[in-house]
Design a protein around this ligand. Structure first.
Ligand SMILES: [Zn+2]
Length: 184
């Protein structure tokens, strides 16, 4: 489907955060203040977390890792930005997070320094959009998915370290998205 998409407007900046190992993923909960504007609506960035390998595919291709940046508007509607990671050079942002991530499920701690969620986005913000459910329970409808077309690098060692901490892959089988319109 070929449509004119209004760009996402990002208002992200360095933020205090805590890092949490919830046994399913490693999640970074951010202090309030980061938001995106999407179709005239404001969505606040609550947290980001990771999956190895990717949950979403682009043209049928899986990636080594995927980050989900989870936003909510005042009515509780969600907008999730998916960022793919290709195997390549070590990623300095991931290195900093992995050095601080709790090894034990259920543990959390404050990040030593602020983290800017902009550093988890590719320079070019071209993306696919589709509507679907969240891939981890509770599955709620009314989720706007925004999947970045360009990937960031992650080293094999970084992706493997995450998979080992999660005791195996923490993606889940891809939902058929052919029934949903994909806008780009
Ligand atoms: Zn996720």
């Amino acid at each position: 489907m070929d449509t004119e998409l209004a760009p996402i407007q990002f208002a992200y900046g360095p933020s205090e955060a805590e890092i949490l190992n919830n046994g399913h993923t490693v999640q970074v909960n951010l202090a309030a203040g980061n938001q995106i504007m999407l179709n005239g609506r404001t969505f606040h960035l609550k947290q980001f977390h990771f999956h190895t390998p990717s949950e979403n595919t682009v043209n049928g291709k899986f990636f080594a890792m995927e980050a989900h940046l989870v936003h909510a508007d005042a009515d509780g509607n969600l907008a999730v930005i998916g960022v793919m990671f290709n195997k390549g050079d070590a990623n300095p942002v991931i290195a900093s997070l992995w050095a601080q991530m709790p090894k034990k499920a259920g543990a959390h701690k404050k990040l030593e320094a602020t983290v800017d969620p902009m550093t988890l986005l590719p320079a070019a913000k071209d993306h696919y959009r589709f509507n679907g459910s969240l891939t981890t329970p509770p599955c709620s409808e009314g989720v706007f998915w925004l999947v970045m077309k360009n990937a960031l690098p992650v080293s094999s060692a970084q992706a493997d370290a995450f998979t080992a901490l999660m005791h195996g892959p923490n993606n889940r089988p891809v939902q058929p998205i052919n029934a949903r319109p994909i806008l780009e």
